[in-house]
Ligand binder design. Structure first.
Ligand SMILES: [Zn+2]
Length: 129
């Protein structure tokens, strides 16, 4: 497993998250037309498949772009798409997810972070010459 670096979310990160959620909801609503346009039960089955695929894609996007900080020991870690899908979460205090820390093995409302390049985006371009 590769190590990842994380930072506190900014307003731009929150906007990107809201945009992803709005796009997800719009896709679910638009795809619901298949229920009425196709014969029963094909339309319903197709819609459920599309909703499932969109949900997995949203969770995968979130897992790839986020990390979490343990409320007990401060350890920062990433989670799998499956954990992203099934773990309880909320928006209070900038976002949290109820997770077990891989370092101290305790459950907590882990604070949501944003995945970042490990040089912090401050890599110098003068080093080579
Ligand atoms: Zn911990």
């Amino acid at each position: 497993m590769t190590t990842a670096c994380f930072r506190e979310p900014t307003n731009a990160d929150r906007r990107a998250g809201i945009l992803a959620l709005v796009m997800y909801l719009a896709a679910v609503v638009l795809a619901s037309a298949t229920i009425f346009l196709l014969e029963w039960p094909l339309g319903m089955v197709l819609w459920l498949g599309l909703v499932l695929a969109a949900t997995v894609l949203l969770a995968r996007w979130n897992a790839a772009h986020s990390g979490y900080r343990c409320a007990h020991c401060g350890h920062q870690f990433e989670i799998s798409t499956l954990t992203e899908l099934v773990s309880p979460h909320g928006t209070g205090s900038g976002g949290w997810k109820y997770l077990r820390c891989p370092r101290c093995d305790r459950l907590s409302r882990a604070k949501a972070l944003v995945r970042n390049s490990c040089d912090g985006g401050r890599a110098t371009d003068k080093g080579a010459s």
